[in-house]
Design a protein around this ligand. Sequence first.
Ligand code: ADP
Ligand code: MN
Ligand code: MN
Ligand code: MN
Length: 349
Amino acid sequence: MIAMAEYIWIDGAKPTQKLRSKTKMVEIKAPKDVVLRDFPDWGFDGSSTYQAEGHSSDLMLKPVNFCKDPLRGEGNFLVLCEVFNSDETPHISNTRATLRRVLDLGAAKEESWFGFEQEYTLFQGRTPLGWPDGGYPAPQGPFYCGVGADEVFGRELVNEHAQACLDAGLMIYGINAEVMPGQWEYQIGYRGVETESADPLTTSDHNWMARWLLYRLGEEFNITATLHPKPIRGDWNGAGQHTNFSTKAMRSPETGKKTIDDAISKLQKKHAEHIAVYGAGLSERLTGLHETCAIDQFRSGPSDRGASIRIPLAVSRQGYGYLEDRRPGANADPYEIASRILKTICEIE
Ligand code: ADP
Ligand code: MN
Ligand code: MN
Ligand code: MN
């Protein structure tokens, strides 16, 4: 069987890396048992993706994860790749390789699970979806988790995206309409399914593939999704990527509370290092208003949505579980978020 395999990679754009993809026809020898090795290495022109100079621009694509392609349908695949230089070293833009290194340096033994709350804003042209042309909608209030044609905009695309993630086999956890009209969220990662691994690499891979599906489905609706952390200035919520995470010790009733407290004090000491990799333009969003803590402050607390680190209600009640880092922007790179958190928790530099 010949499959259409969409090879997806992350480019070298600054300050925020973007997704690229192209299609390779790949022979699948055993369609009932497709494995990563079915997808050969490939190459591309790095001078067109901000990853190389013109004179020696061939870079390598190495498949590292794949899922079903829910848009092309049965027998086709999305293939996530890492970018390598011609000498087989990871390209400087390859942040997944950094996360692999952090895991190898000792973080893997923590058996951490991640869950990303990916917020995004839908636009039609220069206007957020559902906003009057050149004007503003009613003030924020009724839109979060709202229902009704006057309150939510883009649900058809959002639902199709959720279904596409499920069909692909990605670990989507839920979706909700957000506080600003036209803004939405999907959560991806840990969802309590025993056969799944919410390890940092898999979870971050899934968020990148879910982002690709969102942009790709937007083409069908002529709607663009943006991950800008503050798409509209003023009294409107920004878009974040709350990152929930736990280690095995945090999830244990015996060690949970102490491990969570220790983690918070380690995170506090490294606040600036975290802010540095939590996405471009973060200061526009972390103002201290709109459910954020100001960028130069660090606060933590149970159920506190104005904190940097929030301990969810169920976790503070039972005394163990996970943490929510509310600082990352919607446009942050999940590999960089996970690397930074693990480096801090495991004291790796
Ligand atoms: P919020 O109340 O902050 O909006 P959501 O319901 O949107 O929270 O998202 C909850 C997130 O917590 C999900 O991304 C889920 O994967 C994550 N999560 C739940 N339990 C754990 C855990 N034990 N370890 C890591 N992440 C977790
Ligand atoms: Mn949420
Ligand atoms: Mn949210
Ligand atoms: Mn949250």
